[in-house]
Design a protein around this ligand. Structure first.
Ligand code: NDP
Ligand code: 2IT
Length: 447
């Protein structure tokens, strides 16, 4: 079988075996298409059925999460943990709580996580979990009861040297705290089983900032390699959660001007530059809506369709909300308005058609699994600190994070060039991430 036939047959099996899982199919197809030259150069991978094994999760854990709401009514959600690949380290990846979570969403995220984690250079395998529970609009007590129920099932499958979950959409410090407390109570173990913990019980300084900061460090390297920088550039950032907020902080510190941000209801545009402290107050402290920004920012305007944010004129766009938020039409709007750099803070925020349009127009494209790897990299640094029973200063962690992101860019750039696709950082990320995992899998036999 030649490489095209081999990849086509693996994709066909993935589609047959995972019917209706559009997000998962999309993520697998994007990776496998760019791996063709590597698979061609390494016939031993095909002989070892390596790609067939790579696309099949090692384990899917799926469970009932019953809890009682504040009115006394019993609620039932579904929980997931997908332990995708542990060739290079214990499973590692976030937990997402959002009403649109399905097995397909967790599978796509877990698959992406394998390559992302490999790119960090740290010893972490790929996994992801979540639930169709949405913390928005729930009381703290409801969130606590849900998290306790979720961990009462999941604790059997995780551990500091087994599988280490963290945050993602809908899971921040509050949720991690509740889950850590319940894990400790059930197991009697005080161990680094989760990352993104609070600073008083084993969390790492700079983990909160890490994904957004890391995104800007990666983007800065990509800009630098192409004779540009953040200085004086207009930046649009979608979302207003953990990743978006700290991307806005760092993009501003590096000299950019962030003019628009969003949530799932709409977006704000402030020609004076977004007042990030105000966004933090609304989203982190009050858990409110981005629209509230207008009440004390008279020059700001609000649009009630969040995807219209891609129509705001900018030089650099950082999608930091969710999957498939930039479709082909949005990509074309960005290009028409002169945007020359799109760097992904969210996971898979651009559709395949959008990526093709952006790359076709010569837009610098920073792929999620490389650009947003700073979060999980810093989670791995949190694991190291927990193992050492020690903690580094903010500056120490930030410096390590910066070094990791510089290195990730360099590896993506070099891998893309080596396999005949210079400047295609998406292909470079897939290839560089894949090779380490592939070599580890080859060494460990058919498992
Ligand atoms: P948060 O829950 O902190 O914030 C999510 C933000 O995205 C909110 O502003 C939310 O709006 C918005 N959003 C969520 N879903 C949608 C949707 N369907 N349409 C439009 N907007 C939406 O999550 P994070 O900031 O942690 O995560 C954002 C992205 O970054 C995700 O793709 C996540 O997988 C990725 N990521 C996160 C990392 C981390 O360390 N946290 C690491 C690497 C990637 P609203 O307030 O209305 O819900
Ligand atoms: O998508 C991601 O990389 C995350 N949500 C962070 C995972 C982690 O383990 O820190």
């Amino acid at each position: 079988m030649n490489v095209n036939e081999y990849i086509a047959s693996v994709l066909e099996t993935v589609k047959k075996r995972n019917p209706g899982e559009a997000e998962f199919h999309q993520a697998v197809e994007e990776v496998l298409e760019t791996l063709k030259p590597v698979i061609e150069a390494h016939p031993e991978f095909q002989a070892a059925g390596l790609i067939e094994r790579l696309v099949e999760p090692e384990r899917i854990i799926k469970f009932r999460v019953p809890w009682v709401d504040d009115s006394g009514k019993v609620q039932v959600n579904r929980g997931y943990r997908i332990q995708f690949n542990d060739a290079i380290g214990p499973y590692k990846g976030g937990i997402r709580f959002r009403n649109n979570v399905t097995e397909s969403v967790i599978k796509f995220l877990g698959f992406e996580q394998i390559f992302k984690n490999s790119l960090t250079g740290l010893p972490i395998g790929g996994g992801k979990g979540g639930s169709d529970f949405d913390p928005k609009g729930k009381s703290d007590a409801e969130v606590m009861r849900f998290c306790q129920s979720f961990i009462t099932e999941l604790y059997k499958y995780i551990g500091a040297d087994v599988d280490v979950p963290a945050g993602d959409i809908g899971v921040g410090g509050r949720e991690i705290g509740f889950m850590f407390g319940q894990y400790k109570r059930l197991t009697g173990l005080y161990e680094g089983v989760l990352t993104g913990k609070g600073l008083t019980y084993g969390g790492s300084l700079a983990r909160t900032e890490a994904t957004g900061f890391g995104l800007c460090y990666f983007t800065e390297e990509m800009l630098k390699a192409n004779g540009k920088s953040f200085k004086g550039q207009t930046v649009v950032i979608s979302g207003s959660g953990n990743v978006a907020i700290y991307a806005a902080v760092k993009a501003t510190a590096l000299g950019g001007k962030v003019v628009a941000m969003s949530d799932s209801n709409g977006y704000i545009y402030d020609k004076n530059g977004i007042d990030i402290a105000a966004v933090k107050q609304i989203k982190e402290v009050r858990r409110g809506r981005i629209k509230e920004y207008l009440s004390d920012h008279k020059d700001a305007v609000y649009g009630d369709n969040c995807s219209d944010i891609w129509g705001v004129k900018c030089d650099i766009a950082l999608p930091c909300a969710t999957q498939n938020e930039i479709d082909e039409a949005s990509a074309k709007k960005l290009i028409a308005n002169g945007c020359y750099c799109v760097s992904e803070g969210a996971n898979m925020p651009s559709t395949p058609e959008a990526i093709a349009a952006l790359q076709g127009a010569g837009v610098l494209f920073g792929p999620a699994k490389a650009a947003n790897a700073g979060g999980v990299a810093t989670s791995a640094l949190e694991m190291s600190q927990n193992s050492m029973r020690y903690s580094w200063t903010f500056e120490e962690v930030d410096e390590k994070l910066h070094g990791i992101m510089v290195n990730i860019f360099k590896n993506c750039d070099e891998a893309a060039a080596k396999y005949g696709m210079p400047g295609n950082y998406a292909a470079g990320a897939n290839i560089a991430g894949f090779l380490k995992v592939a070599n580890a899998m080859m060494a460990q036999g058919i498992v």
